[in-house]
Ligand binder design. Sequence first.
Ligand code: FAD
Length: 413
Amino acid sequence: AAHFQVLIIGGGAGGLSTAGSLLKRNRNLSIGVVEPSNEHFYQPGWTLVGGGVFQAAQTRRKEADVMPKDVVWVKQAAKLFRPDVREVVLTDGTVVSYDALVVATGITLNWDAIPGLAETLGKNGVTSNYRFDLAPYTWQLVQQLKNGTAIFTQPPMPIKCAGAPQKAVYLSCDAWKRRGVLDSISVEFDTATPGLFGVKDFVPPLMEYIKRYHVGLHTGSKLVEVDGPNRKAVFERKVGDNVERVERTFDMLHVVPPQSAPQVIRESALSGSDGFVEVNPATLQHVRFPDVFALGDVIGTSCAKTAAAVRVQAPVVATNVLAFLKHQGPVSEYEGYGACPLTVENGRIVLAEFSYGGKLAPTLPKWLLNGQKPTRLAWWLKKYIMPLMYWDGMLKGRELMVAPKPLNAKKGG
Ligand code: FAD
């Protein structure tokens, strides 16, 4: 059976950034990356594909082209975790052992959780920016629509990039406004969350756009059924203490599916009560298995599930893994940084940056970029700089502006 000093599960944003950060510090580590997919996606780009700004092809690369040269790519999926004996069983039955494990499998999209949805995606006006192959259909529908009803949905938390469902609303409305058809289209945003956005400081600038585009906002409203051929969507809406069943017809329906921890994680000893990997929120070390670390969408901490969070988490995991291999306690800490560039119009973004507890955490000084205002600079960063930072920075272990913060002794392990 194969053995690695560091075994990484998942070759997405978190897995590859951690591999890069580890190799930057020690070229001679033996690292295995377990990843079944032939393709790697820059998912933050899908909002711009759905908004007609990026081509889908810009968001996809061959996994082989982004996998670091100095790791062993194990082209399998993890099927069973045995943290008590430091082993992972793969789908082909192979057993791989490790000194330290890094879990970065991401979050699972549950398309089948809404009856009628899976079979109508990509037709009957039903689309989602949460899938590479469907984001171009969003833009196609936006371009075709001249009048009627467009409905956008957001499921209960947790989801990855909690701002992405409303980004689709704004970019679609902006395109309709520019074409002069927005007044003929009735736009509705149904979110299962109690408010428009989880960090209250960013709600006022977003509400401005809800008003500007005349969007009918329904909080506490959950999509529960779709009938594509008859273009009907059914919602359960909270009204006071009651839940009402509301049926709406649509010409366009943009759906964000309910999400959960991957089954293989939920059913493992690594998960906490919410199904996600139970790590110390500061050190990202597992609370029961000190040789296990995790990052990205699969961790059960309160940070935002974003690539922006992964960028800051990867060096923390890398330095803490290296310390562990030297029989030391964790040395770095993560303060919960996450970011959500809310594309309120084509050309302007409200760049929400925050850490644990919804504390504001701007990267740039306020005179240069005010995160509570829509700015052209943030759009420019999203369109030109962030993809570069992802492909050529993060994935290669180049830690731009994210030197891992030394651990405050009080919070450790
Ligand atoms: P992923 O990048 O999803 O990678 C997980 C990897 O694990 C995949 O390659 C998968 O194949 C692999 N895997 C799964 N199961 C197994 C298994 N059992 N064994 C082995 N491998 C496995 N973030 C931002 O920062 N800004 C944004 O503007 C933004 N917008 C977004 C818009 C959309 C529409 C979406 C969908 C996401 C957006 N995100 C954004 C979120 C961002 O893409 C994720 O937070 C980020 O990709 C998380 O990285 P990860 O490594 O945890 O998961």
